[in-house]
Design a protein around this ligand. Structure first.
Ligand SMILES: [Zn+2]
Length: 167
């Protein structure tokens, strides 16, 4: 790493998680509210590690491993370890339990899906793969991806327009 990215990294890791997600999303050209909605859809219901000492070894947002996904952004090391530059799956599992690594990897993966599937209209509702879902659905590659996409869209709209009924 050259000096500039190192300094950038140091600046970003000092941020609270949502701000860190926002910063990486901005740098990667991903809408900030989409990246945050993905994080929320993945681990929004899991505890924050704030009270780590009193939590003992309980899983929290940054170390949870569930259905093959690791950490806040639920990055799948089995699918992603090579692409992310790790020597093995287990090395990726360990590394991805670091919040900063996890956010960086999650946003990188989301940006790749965006490049591949976001329609030219930049609509969050549609996808270039031809299926009737939001391109964000691809972050969750499972059979439930359509409903996952709808959930992400709801979260983004809530962030953009709040609870207003007139939109
Ligand atoms: Zn699609």
């Amino acid at each position: 790493m050259t000096l500039y990215p190192t300094l950038l990294w140091l600046a970003l890791v000092a941020l609270p998680p949502d701000a860190e997600i926002g910063a990486w999303a901005t740098l990667r050209g991903v809408p900030v509210d989409v990246a945050r909605a993905i994080a929320s859809a993945e681990t929004g219901n899991v505890a924050e590690p704030r009270l780590l000492r009193s939590m003992g070894n309980k899983p929290h947002r940054d170390n949870i491993i569930a259905q093959g996904g690791v950490g806040r952004m639920q990055v799948n090391p089995s699918v992603q370890w090579k692409r992310l530059g790790y020597r093995s799956r287990s090395e990726a599992v360990r590394a991805l339990q670091n919040r900063h690594v996890n956010i960086y990897a999650g946003v990188l993966i989301l940006a790749a899906f965006q490049r591949r599937y976001e329609p030219l209209t930049r609509s969050i509702h549609d996808c270039r793969c031809g299926r009737p879902h939001s391109w964000t659905a691809h972050y969750n590659g499972s059979k439930r991806m359509d409903s996952y996409g709808r959930r992400v869209v709801r979260k983004v709209e809530l962030a953009r327009y709040g609870n207003r009924r007139d939109w």
